[in-house]
Design a protein around this ligand. Structure first.
Ligand code: FPP
Length: 249
């Protein structure tokens, strides 16, 4: 474990890691348990991953906890997930404070139950001045909704004369996204062996490196995160340039 961590070049850490936590249901099913048990076990993976990212010095970690499409799941599962969200944030508040973690949320927050919104707002407020890891939880989030919402608000600002339509470029557009002020992810991890983006941060991942892990989320631990970062550090990121051009930069 220590050896794996030591293979990470701390001077080349991805500044922002985003994770699609997937496989809770299958993990539970393979054990003859209910899907909700998989989500409960997924909390252990969340805690270990947040701790691992914070210890390394990663600045931003975004976790896809609940998509707008997930509202179609059985009510029992949705209720359990919302309860789990509140109880986890509740029980982990002290640890977030101790570890200097700042909590943020992205998503269509208005659609969440009031108990969840109140708990989130409370902990976002308590941790707002923390300067270590920023933990961003994507809740009731969908990238297409986020992009359409940004377009609508830009249109409003053009109509009211606040901005000039000709000034709209990708930087201005980014300012209208929920991730305004947060650097784009450099590394995106998806667990459970699925190779999809599932409506997650579609604008922000234009140049993000992808890492797909076969591990189901409840089994994901710091060492899996370390492996993803080591793999990331072995890659050459060209951003549309040639390999030779990068050497001259
Ligand atoms: C995906 O597995 C996982 C989710 C939709 C929920 C993830 C939520 C948690 C781990 C709860 C706690 C989170 C925080 C941030 C406090 P799936 O159900 O889609 O699995 P499947 O594809 O195997 O069915």
């Amino acid at each position: 474990m220590t050896e794996l961590k030591d293979r990470i070049d701390r001077s080349k850490l991805p500044c922002h890691i985003a994770i699609i936590m997937d496989g809770n249901g299958r993990w539970a099913k393979e054990r003859g348990s209910h899907r909700i048990f998989g989500h409960q076990q997924g909390v252990t993976a969340v805690k270990d991953t947040v701790e691992g990212a914070g210890e390394l010095g990663v600045k931003y970690l975004t976790l896809y906890a609940f998509s707008k499409e997930n509202w179609c799941r059985p009510k029992e599962e949705i209720d359990a997930l919302m309860e789990l969200m509140v109880s986890t944030i509740n029980s982990e508040t002290e640890t977030l404070i101790k570890n200097n973690v700042r909590l943020l949320v992205i998503g269509d927050v208005q659609t969440l139950p009031l108990s969840v919104v109140e708990k989130l707002n409370e902990v976002i407020g308590i941790t707002r001045n923390n300067s270590g890891l920023t933990l961003i939880v994507a809740l009731s989030y969908s990238a297409r909704w986020e992009i359409a919402d940004a377009a609508r608000r830009i249109a409003e600002d053009v109509l009211s004369g606040k901005i000039d339509k000709d000034s709209i470029d990708h930087e201005i557009f980014s300012d209208y996204l929920l991730t305004n002020g947060i650097p784009d992810p450099e590394l995106l991890i998806r667990t459970s062996g699925e190779y999809r983006l599932s409506n997650f941060l579609l604008w922000q991942i234009a140049y993000t490196e992808m890492y797909f892990s076969p591990t189901y989320w409840p089994d994901f631990r710091k060492e899996h995160l370390y492996n993803a970062i080591i793999d990331f550090q072995l890659r050459e990121r060209r951003f549309g340039k040639t390999s030779e051009q990068l050497k001259c930069d």
